[in-house]
Ligand binder design. Sequence first.
Ligand code: 5GP
Length: 190
Amino acid sequence: MKLLEDRIRRDGKIKSGNVLKVDSFLNHQMDVKLFAEIGKEFLRLFGDCGVTKILTIEASGIGIACVTAQYFDCPVIFAKKNKTKNIAGDVYTSKVESYTHGKVYDIIVSKEFLRPEDRVLLIDDFLANGSALMGLIKLVQDAGATLVGAGICVEKAFQPGGQMVRDLGIRVESLARIQSMSEDGHIEFC
Ligand code: 5GP
């Protein structure tokens, strides 16, 4: 998606540890008009898949997922990062390793909201090593719901997550795929 690639080139900042900061338009300050174009693009890609729920992970996926859901006319569920030790039986859980902080945490979704009859589209801002996406995939599988695919804004294609998830036979559509980036600010898209 050229609009997103151009914006990344213009406003993205490359930090150490292969972290691309897009705080000025994607995951701190949010450019909602850009989100609308992203949502329309996800609709173009997945609009004929009968999506009944969009599932994302807190926090930075929520804004994009909500704007996208307006085009799909369906609810958004966000997997919560669990803070309590005891996980009650009325939730699905999985573990995610944070790319930016390195910590492993549990994510949960209430069984009430993710149902076997649901057709689920996953949405997230970034795909790097694939831990967040794999955690979300497990929640969908545990619920016995149908996974339609994953819509990602920025895939760092030089990291293994995209390949890993596609190798499972899961459809992954990334709107900007970064082939390489360097700390001097150079970004190459696939
Ligand atoms: P993964 O689980 O695929 O390794 O990483 C995905 C998650 O880590 C995303 O939900 C995103 O929040 C965060 N993340 C991974 N790489 C980056 C990055 O380069 N920049 C930012 N801002 N977040 C990232």
